[in-house]
Design a protein around this ligand. Structure first.
Ligand code: NAD
Ligand code: IPM
Ligand code: MN
Length: 346
């Protein structure tokens, strides 16, 4: 069998900085030694060669046991870098091609991390964001561009196959948690076609899980509760775009985007899953050792858990918890210092 293999895509901006710390922590925490291969994909490669994700590289990446990604996205308004080229061509292409239909984004308020809420309560929920469909599929187009008669559409694609499988995954996750509660978040009052499909599948799959408490919220109302009483949530299942937005707010109420980890999971294991922080390349702080690598480090824990090393994943989480509890308010550490401190606890 040999060593498990890891494809590492540090990417752009703070991506390489936080990925280095995640690897540092993985190295001490993992019970197995990964054979890792680094893939230099992202803005630099695109600007130098015009390549975003060559088919041959995708095929190589596919051959690994897991993928660790930092972030992608170049400097804003770079005239040589059309918007979306890396986001769609690299990140979304990986998610789609490797069938990462569960975008798993856990949110916990760890003691010591600063929530902006006065009384946050015990926040511990997970968003199961659909990862391969919705408005992300690139269906749509633009007509009469640049004229007053321009029309732009982005069609949200929702298939019974795609919606059912992510709902099934969410129910299975809810069933394993103490509160066993699942909230569907959508906008069935306006997006009636997709909304109806999501609602019917939520009800029919729910009937197979009588022990799970089902709840529904429109996305707008869900945002009220996310900001006023996030402790009410246990598992949330939602579509690709709603899930993107919900999870940045979820990060904000649980201590900031620098702590939010995610997994792009292929539950059927037909291709490697990919783990990455929820945040982006943060061009405003890139290259300054200012980024918090905790989100990347916790994404490494999700990776270990996915590969069957639950104890090592829990050890990383415990080290992060201990580090957070001792982070002195008003002080800042360099990216590498945070990684060192967490690694030293393991
Ligand atoms: P962003 O998440 O990169 O940054 C938003 C804000 O959060 C910035 O002020 C940034 O400094 C701060 N921030 C982010 N991560 C941080 C960290 N680890 N520690 C401390 N502060 C942190 O979002 P954006 O500015 O909207 O996007 C920048 C680029 O990243 C864009 O090109 C976007 O498309 C891309 N992006 C990529 C991913 C990804 O790779 N998964 C995710 C989101 C955005
Ligand atoms: C994220 C990002 C991506 C998304 C973008 C960069 C394609 O915002 O991972 O949350 O919208 O999924
Ligand atoms: Mn996002």
């Amino acid at each position: 069998t040999g060593s498990p293999t890891l494809a590492v895509i540090p990417g752009d901006g703070i991506g390489p900085e936080v990925t280095a710390e995640a690897l540092k922590v993985l190295e001490v925490a993992s019970p197995v030694t990964f054979e890792s291969t680094r893939y230099d994909l992202g803005a630099e490669r695109y600007l130098a060669t015009g390549e975003v994700l060559p088919d041959s590289v995708l095929a190589e990446v596919r051959g690994h046991d897991a993928i660790l990604l930092g972030a992608v996205g170049g400097k804003p308004n770079d005239p040589n870098l059309p918007p979306g080229i890396l986001e769609r061509g690299l990140l979304l292409r990986l998610r789609f091609e490797l069938d990462h239909y569960v975008n798993l984004r856990p949110s916990r308020l760890f003691p010591g991390s600063a929530s902006p809420l006065a009384e946050p309560g015990e926040i511990d929920f997970v968003v199961v964001r659909e990862g391969t469909e919705g408005p992300y599929t690139g269906n749509g187009g633009a007509l009469r561009v640049g004229t007053p008669a321009e029309i732009a559409t982005e069609v949200s694609v929702n298939t019974a196959y795609g919606v059912e499988r992510v709902i099934r995954d969410a129910f299975a996750r809810a069933e394993k948690r103490p509160r066993k509660k699942l909230t569907l978040v959508h906008k069935t009052n306006v997006l009636v076609n997709a909304g109806s499909l999501w609602w019917r599948l939520f009800e029919s799959v729910g009937a197979e899980h009588p022990d799970v408490t089902c709840d529904y919220m429109h996305i707008d109302a869900a945002m009220i509760f996310m900001a006023t009483d996030p402790a009410r949530f246990d598992v949330i299942v939602t579509d690709n775009l709603f899930g993107d937005i919900v999870t940045d707010l979820a990060a904000a109420v649980t201590g900031g985007i620098g702590l939010a980890a995610s997994g792009n999971v292929n539950p059927d294991r037909t291709a490697p899953s990919m783990f990455e922080p929820v945040h982006g390349s943060a061009p405003d702080i890139a290259g300054q050792q200012k980024a918090d690598p905790t989100a990347a480090i916790l994404s490494g824990a999700l990776l270990l858990d996915h590969l069957g090393h639950a104890d090592a994943a829990a050890a990383i989480e415990a080290a992060v918890l201990a580090d957070l509890a001792e982070r002195a308010p008003g002080t800042t550490r360099r990216t590498s210092e945070v990684g060192d401190a967490i690694a030293a606890r393991l």
